[in-house]
Ligand binder design. Structure first.
Ligand SMILES: Cc1ncc(C[n+]2csc(CCOP(=O)(O)OP(=O)(O)O)c2C)c(N)n1
Ligand SMILES: [Mg+2]
Length: 355
């Protein structure tokens, strides 16, 4: 990996993501206690946090440009921050505000920022086909942009992932698949759903390179990602990268983690890739003061984004059916539906439709 400046930039992304999620946690818990009312408070709904996974996002996204595409799963904040998604509009989206990335209608699992080339989804492995689509588009347009799909290890037996690997390999598309392996899919341990402990070995079945990084080391992630992304950018085909992460959080906010052995939780708390990178920066001569000022700047930007978001207006109920694909249920508006799914689907079936 390159010089100290690049390492500092990774450090900045990582501390920004960590503090961002600490602040979201505080906001999320407001009003939800004592019985954990998931719909209460300024951030209603589920919230999946990724503290402990920052090295995966920062190490990979360091090598990406604005015109590259990234898709992420239901745990997106660290990846979005590393890809350069607008912090204020992302926060407004999470708080369900009108000026959010999706008008406040998507929430934290559905952040879409075309300017930063970023999208995420609550459906696991869902980001893989669109990433392949972005790679196919770049390839057809003869551009040298690339696409990266992040997913959890719990998604590596999903058809969408395996089919995406296949198409990317057959068409030699500029796509990199990044598995963040935290050993758990909600409360399901990895070994109970796959006999392959090293998910990067899935690559063998598609004749593409597969690499695994398990050192909690952002620099090692960056080195591996540099090679995979460089290969994609040089039009030498797709790659698969698995990064072992040690998540310090449960599956979602409010998860009591009764399924998770204490030793596993303690190990995650001990293996902090942010502290590891800070130690490496100090070893390379960076002063504590410099690291502290990077942290302070990051905290300031995060606090500012959260304050801004909380001041934003909520969307009006009349706009609930704007920007959606399906018609409102009959009786909700006076307007004639533009498209009758029932009739059209029946007509398609009768004429031997193409589905
Ligand atoms: C297609 C699909 N099936 C099931 C779910 C429910 N679900 C949400 S997260 C999750 C586990 C994901 O585990 P992993 O991919 O390892 O990601 P992690 O939560 O560990 O980051 C499941 C099964 C879903 N969102 N989408
Ligand atoms: Mg997982």
């Amino acid at each position: 990996m390159g010089g100290v400046t690049e390492l500092q930039a990774m450090f900045e992304d990582m501390v920004t993501a960590r503090y961002y999620e600490e602040r979201l946690q505080e906001e999320y818990l407001e009003g939800k206690q004592p019985a954990f009312d998931i719909s209460a408070g300024p951030i209603p709904g589920e919230l999946h946090l990724a503290a402990g996974q920052e090295a995966a996002a920062a190490g990979v996204c360091r090598h990406l440009r604005d015109d590259d595409t990234v898709t992420a799963p239901h745990r997106p904040h660290h990846v979005a921050i590393a890809k350069g998604v607008d912090l204020k509009r992302m926060t407004a989206e999470i708080f369900g505000r009108e000026t959010g990335l999706c008008g406040g209608k998507g929430g934290h699992m559905h952040l879409f920022d075309p300017d930063a080339g970023f999208a995420c989804s609550g459906i696991i492995a869902e980001g893989c086909p669109p990433a392949v689509g972005a790679g196919l588009a770049a390839s057809k347009r003869n551009e040298d942009s690339v696409a990266v799909a992040f997913l959890g290890e719990g998604a590596i037996s999903q058809g969408g992932f395996l089919e995406s690997l296949n198409l990317a390999a057959v068409r030699e598309l500029p796509v990199v698949f990044v598995i963040e392996d935290n050993d758990w899919a909600i409360s399901m341990p990895k070994e109970r759903v796959s006999d392959v402990a090293d998910g990067s070995r899935r690559a063998e079945g598609f004749d593409m390179p597969g690499t695994r990084v398990d050192s909690d080391d952002a620099i090692a992630v960056s080195d591996a990602a540099k090679e995979a992304i460089g290969r994609a950018r040089d039009r030498n085909g797709p790659s698969l990268l698995e990064v072992q992460v040690h998540r310090r959080m449960g599956h979602f906010m409010g998860d009591p983690q009764t399924y998770r052995p204490e030793a596993d939780q303690e190990a995650a708390a001990d293996r902090d890739s942010i502290e590891r990178l800070a130690a490496e920066l100090r070893r390379r001569g960076v002063e504590d003061e410099t690291l502290e000022s990077i942290r302070e700047d990051a905290h300031e930007r995060v606090d500012e984004a959260i304050e801004w978001a909380k001041d934003q207006p909520e969307p009006s109920p009349e706009d609930a059916y704007e920007d959606v694909f399906a018609n409102p249920p009959s009786g909700v508006t006076d307007e004639e539906p533009a498209y009758d799914l029932g009739t059209d689907a029946r007509a398609g079936a009768e004429s031997g439709g193409d589905d």
